[in-house]
Write a protein that binds this ligand. Structure first.
Ligand SMILES: [Zn+2]
Length: 281
C-alpha cells in the first residue's frame, strides 16, 4: 500500500515501550475511541526494571545538578553532559540484559551516584496493567525482548529476540502479536528477518521518508509539524521545551499526565500506514 492511498481515516496510533506512561496514554486513546497499538518489551515487564536510558538520563541530570551547586550556570543541556550522555548511551545500547545492567552499575559507581529512582510514569507496567490494557481493547505489538539495538545482533540472534518476545506476549495476552517495532526505530532488520515476520515492521527514523519503505517495512512519524507548533502553547515563554516532544526525551521529570500525553503524542500520534498496510494485504 502506497502512502498516497492513505486517507485521514487510515492513520494509526502506536506507542512504544513497556512504561506506565505509555500504558496510560493507550487507555486515554481508548477512552477517546481511538484504535491503538502498544509495542512492548517483555524483559522490562518481567524484571520490573526501568529502561537503561531512563536511568542514564536521571544519572546525567544528577551529575549536572551536582555541578550546578558550585556553578549555577551549568545546565543539563551543556555540551559536556550531552556528550557524556551520548557516550554512555552508545556503550550501553548494544549490550545484552545482564551485561548492560553491570555496565550501568559500573558507570554509576564511577560517577559516585546511587541508583536513581525513576519517576512512576517511567516504571514498567506489570501483568495486571497488561491485562487491563488488553481488556480496554489495546492491541499489543512486539518491541523485542529487552530493547537492545538490533544493529548489534546477528541475524539468528535477532530472530530469536523477536520470536522469544512474540511468544511471551502472545501467551500473556492471548493475542496474536505479529507487528514488530524496531527498538530505537532506526536499524532495518535484514531482509531474511523481515520475510519471517507475520506482520509489519515499524521504524521511527526522521532521516528517511515516512511511509512504506519496502514491502512490510514502514517508517512512522515521530511527531507531526502540527504538534510541534502546538507544544509552545503548553509551555508559554519557554519554546525550548519543544524538545520535550521528541522521542527518547532529554528531560526526565515529566509528570504522569504530561509523560503520558507526551509519549502518546511524541512517539506516535498520527503514525501513518500501518492500518493502511493491513487494509492493503
Ligand atoms: Zn522503544
Amino acid at each position: 500500500m502506497a502512502l498516497q492511498r492513505c486517507g485521514p481515516d487510515e492513520t494509526a496510533l502506536t506507542i512504544d515501550d513497556s512504561t506506565i506512561a505509555g500504558a496510560e496514554a493507550c487507555l486515554i486513546a481508548r477512552r477517546l475511541g481511538h484504535e491503538v497499538t502498544l509495542f512492548l518489551n517483555p524483559h522490562q515487564i518481567i524484571t520490573q526494571t526501568p529502561y537503561f536510558f531512563t536511568i542514564l538520563n536521571l544519572a546525567i541530570d544528577q551529575l549536572a545538578e551536582r555541578a550546578r551547586r558550585t556553578n549555577p550556570k551549568v545546565s543539563w543541556r551543556a555540551p559536556q553532559y550531552v556528550a557524556l550522555r551520548q557516550q554512555a548511551r552508545s556503550r550501553l545500547i548494544s549490550l545484552a540484559d545482564g551485561a548492560r545492567d553491570s555496565e550501568l552499575r559500573r558507570s554509576l559507581s564511577a560517577w559516585d551516584l546511587e541508583m536513581p529512582r525513576a519517576a512512576p510514569e517511567h516504571h514498567p507496567i506489570d501483568l495486571s496493567m497488561l491485562t487491563k490494557l488488553v481488556a480496554a481493547g489495546v492491541q499489543i505489538g512486539n518491541h523485542g525482548w529487552s530493547h537492545i539495538d538490533i544493529a548489534s545482533l546477528s541475524e539468528d540472534s535477532l530472530c530469536d529476540d523477536i520470536t522469544r518476545a512474540r511468544q511471551w506476549l502472545r501467551d500473556a495476552t492471548g493475542q496474536a502479536v505479529d507487528a514488530y517495532a524496531v527498538p530505537f526505530g532506526l536499524a532495518t532488520p535484514p531482509a531474511a528477518v523481515l520475510q519471517q515476520l507475520n506482520g509489519p515492521c515499524l521504524l521511527v527514523d526522521a532521516s528517511r521518508p515516512v511511509g512504506e519503505l519496502a514491502p512490510g517495512l514502514i517508517n512512522r512519524t515521530d511527531i507531526t509539524d502540527g504538534i510541534q507548533e502546538w507544544a509552545p502553547s503548553i509551555y508559554p515563554g519557554d519554546p525550548r521545551r519543544r524538545c520535550l516532544f521528541r522521542h527518547a526525551g532529554r528531560r526526565t521529570t515529566l509528570s504522569v499526565i504530561l509523560g503520558a500525553i507526551a509519549i502518546g503524542l511524541v512517539l506516535t500520534l498520527l503514525t501513518l500506514l500501518w492500518k493502511a498496510w493491513l487494509d492493503g494485504r
